[in-house]
Design a binder for this molecule. Sequence first.
Ligand SMILES: [Zn+2]
Length: 349
Amino acid sequence: MERKRFLNSAGMLAAYAVFSYTEFNHKFFTRLFPPGNKKKIVNLSGTHLPFLSNSSQAIFPTYLNRTITVKLKGHDVKVHALCTGTVAVKKNFFTKHGIGEFAKINILLDQYYTDYLPIWVWVIEHPDGLIVIDTGESTSIMDIDKYLKNESAFLRYQLRHACKFHVYQRDELNYQLNKISLKVEDVNLVILTHLHLDHTDGLKFFKNKEVIIGDYECNHPTNNMPSTMPVWFKPNKVNYRNNRIAVFDQAYSITESEDLLYIATPGHTHGHSSVVLKTDHFDIIFAGDTSYNQAQVITGELAGVNADYEKSTQTYQKILQYASLNKTIYLPSHDIRSGERLFNKEFLV
Ligand SMILES: [Zn+2]
């Protein structure tokens, strides 16, 4: 245990050293070679893509929105998968490479990005009201310097060297809801899995709406950008109760009928939660960033970005155990196949 703590501390120290070194390099070389003649890349909506770093041929895939109808106590209920833009992350961000906290240094050192992945938002036309799970991304992220101007240099550096976003205005949640004949004004409840900006930037549409989030996540967020949260943001902080659900045990029941449960799935952040919809025939786990895709849970592959790798492993095991007891569709927020799996009702095990 002591050895592990030492390794973790050494890893964090080394990550800081690499950051300082690369930041110094960046400043030094920028001064020597000012960015004046840098080739600018413009997307179709005319917004500069500020950090298309390793490819001027970036491809922005389109992920189809999907809708299915499920039964809740005999009633037809529609569930929608809406894609609110895409994000590419460093490959070492997506997959952990390196021992303990050293894996985080490898994110900064990595030059390679994944393909552009979807940023899913889930919508449930529940009999109790229209429910949105996470709020997706918005076009403000496209001008990252302006968007994060009130954040520390360290946080800006981290984001700039880990992720590249691509969001058209038509990807934002208000447009996406209109496409399925719904309006942001109709939403009764917003559920957040955690406080990372690609899950909270769409909050701008939900002033005066009820927003819920786990008490611990709200009070102890990990790697979030506080200045990007709306000034009016005062969510209802919820706590889990015992004996509510198999395997996970603790849950907060969102609906009176207990068919929608908020469960602890820590790892990605310390207070990360997922949402379980218990339909008459199967369950759906809206998993946030518990893993980046379904294969990671099956194979045990961890993401490089992770508040607690051990907790992530335990969460994976619980999800697999739960899915072996209950037919479960597992839907992470950035899985390229989440929409397809929902549509085809593909179960985790
Ligand atoms: Zn996240």
